[in-house]
Design a protein around this ligand. Structure first.
Ligand SMILES: NC(=O)CCC(=O)C(=O)O
Length: 315
């Protein structure tokens, strides 16, 4: 069963960076760290949420990029994607994925859609030909109020995405992708896992209040629910910034054990995702075959909206 999920061990790198006000500097730093991770053997590399800008509602319109035309499967070298002056981040991510010969989950960036006149928090994933493999627009916006601690409302500026994102990592298998606050909603993870994802990846910027309470708990919860690897990639903490990210990028295995985690500083976390580990966990506690869809519905069936990557949805 698991060999269909993950074909062979996959070396993953999570890049915990801090992002300042200078977008070009943020992109250059991301590029250099992705190259470093690839030199160390990583084949799947992940950047943090909002890696090209400071995180905050007042920054989203200023740093937003237009991603149209969005050409899934196409690459800039083959004439695909938006013009470079419209989305420098798209071009840097595509180019470095190709140079480094990796799959790159490009954290997230603020996106502006001229067609809809809306802003989104959007993650782009590129393959080793520089082709766009997937786009995820954050489905659940981070709107919370904890008196005396934190008040944040992405919805003041952003609109939510409306699709579940599942993508194929060429040569390995399927990955579920979502962004930060999305991890609090188990349905996205359940759907991706039941459609065959071996890992769930979340670029995410929790904060000092909710990070301490829930970051590891949520990662381990999604892992144990789905018997999948879970990877969370945070920005590094910058106490001079308006928003203080939790850091602690981490990888959790399919048995909900924390494999590795960083502290709050910049760094790169490496972990091997191993198919036998999925097989072992699912053999030992076989909840996969024990579900009672005669008692409750299977949320992965029925009306689920997936991003259509062209050529129909294979899952
Ligand atoms: N950027 C986010 O979505 C933050 C989510 C968060 O901190 C949480 O507690 O959830």
């Amino acid at each position: 069963m698991a060999s269909k999920l993950l074909a062979k061990p996959l070396k993953l790198a999570l890049i915990q960076l801090s992002a300042g006000a200078d977008k070009a500097a943020n992109l250059a730093a991301a590029r250099s760290k992705v190259q470093e991770a690839a030199r160390a053997g990583a084949k799947l590399v992940v950047l943090p949420e909002c890696f090209n800008s400071p995180y905050g509602t007042k920054y989203f319109p200023k740093y937003a990029e237009e991603l149209t035309p969005l050409d899934i499967g196409g690459s800039p070298s083959a004439g695909g994607g938006p013009p470079e002056d419209q989305s420098p981040s798209y071009h840097v991510l595509s180019a470095v994925a190709k140079e480094a010969q990796i799959t790159l989950v490009g954290g997230s960036i603020p996106e502006y859609s001229k067609e809809k006149n809306k802003w989104y928090n959007t993650s782009l994933t590129f393959g080793s030909e520089g082709q766009l493999l997937a786009r995820h627009r954050k489905v659940h916006l981070f709107d919370i109020d904890i008196p005396g601690k934190i008040s944040f409302h992405e919805s003041e500026v952003l609109s939510p995405g409306d699709k579940v994102t599942l993508l194929e990592v060429p040569g390995y298998g399927k990955l579920g992708l979502a962004i930060c606050y999305d991890i609090r909603f188990p349905e996205l993870a359940l759907i991706a896992a039941r459609k065959g994802a071996f890992a769930l990846v979340y670029p995410g910027a929790f904060n000092l209040t909710t990070g301490a309470r829930h970051w590891e708990l949520l990662a381990r919860a999604r892992a144990v629910d789905n018997q999948c690897y879970v990877a969370l990639c945070s920005p590094a903490r910058d106490m001079q910034a308006d928003y203080h990210a939790w850091g602690h990028s981490m990888v959790v295995d399919p048995d909900a054990e924390v494999v590795q985690q960083l502290d709050e500083k910049e760094g790169i976390l490496y972990a091997d995702l191993v198919p036998e580990r999925l097989e072992e966990v699912r053999r030992n506690i076989p909840v996969y075959g024990q579900r009672r869809f005669d008692v409750y519905p299977d949320v992965s069936e029925g009306k689920v909206r997936f991003e259509d990557y062209g050529g129909g949805i294979p899952w």
